[in-house]
Design a protein around this ligand. Structure first.
Ligand SMILES: [Zn+2]
Length: 133
């Protein structure tokens, strides 16, 4: 999808569009999860379970909100960059947007997500840092 959008606009415009689409989707998902759970952690766990069942990859979460105010989310076998190789930088903008929307709803204003490692660049996982940047 990123390459199709980039072909008719530019890579940076495609990345921005995908990030914003993802953020709106993440906000909607986490509002629903918040209605079904009592705490942000329960909401996060519900979303992780749903994402794994939907085939987004194997997801692990390191919740460090109480120590340094961050959460690390790692996707093994990330579905969003499957088949993409040799990118110069992280390419999962849609997923980063989703996580940013979720973080904003569950953890509060100012939280967003940045992809720090991407399978499309090298390795076999995508990792996101959620924090107040
Ligand atoms: Zn990635």
């Amino acid at each position: 999808m990123r390459r199709l959008l980039a072909g008719s606009t530019s890579t940076s415009a495609a990345d921005a569009l995908l990030w914003h689409f993802g953020k709106r989707y993440g906000i909607a998902l986490s509002r629903k999860a918040s209605e079904m759970t009592k705490t942000a952690v329960e909401g996060m766990n519900l979303l992780v379970t749903g994402a794994q069942k939907s085939g987004w990859g194997m997801i692990s979460v390191q919740n460090r909100l109480d120590s340094d105010g961050t959460v690390e989310v790692v996707f093994e076998n990330c579905a969003f960059c499957e088949g993409i190789h040799d990118e110069k930088g992280p390419s999962c903008y849609f997923l980063a947007g989703i996580l940013s929307g979720i973080a904003e709803v569950l953890f509060g204003d100012g939280y967003s997500a940045r992809e720090t490692k991407c399978k499309a660049v090298r390795g076999d996982l995508c990792s996101f840092l959620v924090a107040r940047f």
